[in-house]
Design a protein around this ligand. Structure first.
Ligand code: ATP
Ligand code: MG
Length: 468
């Protein structure tokens, strides 16, 4: 089953907003703790102020210290709508002097140190912040500790306010960014959608390049690639059309001849004349049959090329030998000596055996057809350094100016004997390309005749053998 395509929008959204969200959360946490620290410090100063105001009420008289707080002052001191306030006054010598006995004392032992000491504790099940101050009133040598505590309600509501002030705008920022990405990607992909729409409305024959004037720069590489593909498709279609025209033309000629000969046979008034015409009809049918075999071989080779052919291991030597044996009668007809030689072993190639046979048959057909009667043909199969097959004759040869042209479809050297259709070498080339093999055209060892060599690619296990 094909994997579901991933949405670009969701990917972008995830890639951009997730890191943004993490950053925002980090930023919110840092801002929250910094704001909280400063606000707590401010509340601690107020608490310290209250403690300092109580210090004023500690007086020293001879050997005694006293703490006096008028009821009205106590009322003012305790008055707070939101929080509860507690205090405790303790003497170093005599212990508890005034205030709330339940207020816990700081954990450190009482000393003469003057620095305010802040601590957190619980009183009557409520969490409180406590500040403790040690003072030695004038006219006295006795140290007194004053502790003032306050519940945390104001601090808590301030924490919530800070949290809301910091986190809400940042979350809004992430949501707005996400929305912008969502709509921005949609807008950004609009040219691509328009391009897809324009392409889908085209007819299969319309291979004109896609105009890319209105297309964004980022999409240019895509339009260029599509246009290059359209161009090569156009060229392929053109060559297909030319091929069909040529094939039709090639078919029409022998068929027209066939018709005339059939009419002539019908009008023949004696058996001899009819036999002669029937012979001509047979030749015409042979030509048509040969042409259709050649066309079918080409079509098969082309369709395999476009369908990623699956090859099998083929013993080239065996296949070539069998083909040679089939061509012996034809060679004998022209008094040609057909020699076969195999050098080295093994001669295995990865190939399509049927197409390989067609290719060898075409080479043998050419060698027998175009070399001189009474001549010599040597067929060689070699295994090292690469597996190759060569068919060499001592016939008239092919001029250097023609060696490229003879591989073109339907090309025949002007004045060539016989009634070939000019597809044989094109088929050899096509099949060689399908097998990643190279075709080389040359002449015999004495500089005469024709030698066509097909060199097969090195198989992967052969590569290993060669490297050793
Ligand atoms: N061994 C050869 N010696 C001399 N000329 C050759 C030889 N092989 C091919 N040719 C020349 O190359 C031309 C192209 O050969 P090709 O096999 O493609 O076509 P064909 O033989 O004319 O037709 P087909 O093989 O389709 O029946 C031939 O017409 C012939 O002139
Ligand atoms: Mg031929």
């Amino acid at each position: 089953m094909a994997a579901k395509p991933k949405s670009l929008r969701i990917q972008l959204l995830a890639r951009l907003t997730l890191p943004l969200l993490v950053l925002v959360l980090l930023d919110a946490a840092v801002s929250y703790y910094v704001a909280l620290h400063y606000a707590n410090t401010a509340y601690d100063y107020w608490l310290l102020d209250s403690a300092s105001s109580l210090v004023q009420q500690v007086k020293g008289r001879q050997d005694k210290v006293t703490f006096e707080l008028p009821p009205i002052a106590l009322q003012v001191f305790r008055w707070d709508e939101i929080d509860e306030t507690f205090f405790k006054v303790e003497s170093f010598k005599s212990g508890f002097m005034a205030g709330d006995k339940a207020l816990p004392s700081p954990p450190q032992p009482m000393s003469y140190q003057q620095k305010p000491y802040f601590t957190d504790a619980e009183i009557q099940g409520k969490k409180v912040r406590i500040v403790s101050l040690v003072t030695i009133p004038p006219n006295s040598t006795e140290a007194v500790r004053i502790s003032v505590a306050e519940t945390l309600n104001k601090r808590r509501s301030m924490m919530v306010e800070i949290l809301m002030a910091v986190v809400v705008p940042q979350f809004l920022l992430v949501i707005i960014t996400g929305l912008h990405i969502w709509t921005g990607v949609k807008r950004g992909l609009k040219p691509l959608r328009e391009l897809a729409g324009a392409i889908s409305q085209r007819s299969a024959r319309d291979l004109y390049p896609i105009p890319d004037n209105d297309v964004p720069l980022e999409v240019h590489s895509l339009t260029h690639t599509i246009n290059a593909l359209l161009q090569s498709l156009g060229a392929a279609m053109m060559s297909q059309r030319r091929f069909i025209e040529n094939a039709a033309h090639q078919l029409r000629t022998p068929l027209a001849g066939l018709k005339i000969q059939a009419e002539r046979a019908l009008q023949a008034d004696n058996l001899e004349a009819m036999k002669l015409t029937m012979g001509q009809i047979k030749n015409a049918v042979d030509r048509v049959a040969h042409l259709s075999t050649q066309l079918l071989t080409l079509a098969r080779s082309e369709s395999m090329a476009s369908h990623m052919a699956e090859f099998e291991r083929v013993d080239l030597k065996g296949v070539v030998y069998e083909c040679c044996m089939e061509w012996v009668p034809k060679a004998l007809e022209r008094n040609i000596e057909l020699g076969f030689e195999a050098q080295g072993a093994p001669h295995d190639v990865m190939a399509d055996a049927t197409l390989l046979r067609e290719s060898i048959n075409n080479l043998l057909d050419n060698a027998i057809r175009y070399s001189n009667a009474g001549g010599q043909i040597n067929v060689l199969v070699r295994s090292s350094p690469r597996v190759l097959l060569s068919v060499e004759d001592n016939g008239p040869g092919i001029q250097a100016s023609e060696t490229d042209k003879v591989f073109e479809r339907f090309y025949r050297i002007p004045g060539s004997p016989g009634d070939g259709c000019g597809l044989g070498l094109a088929i050899v080339k096509e099949i060689a390309e399908l097998h990643n093999a190279q075709v080389e055209m040359g002449c015999g060892p004495q500089g005469t005749g024709t030698r066509v060599t097909v060199v097969f690619p090195v198989a992967s296990d052969d590569v290993r053998r060669l490297k050793r």
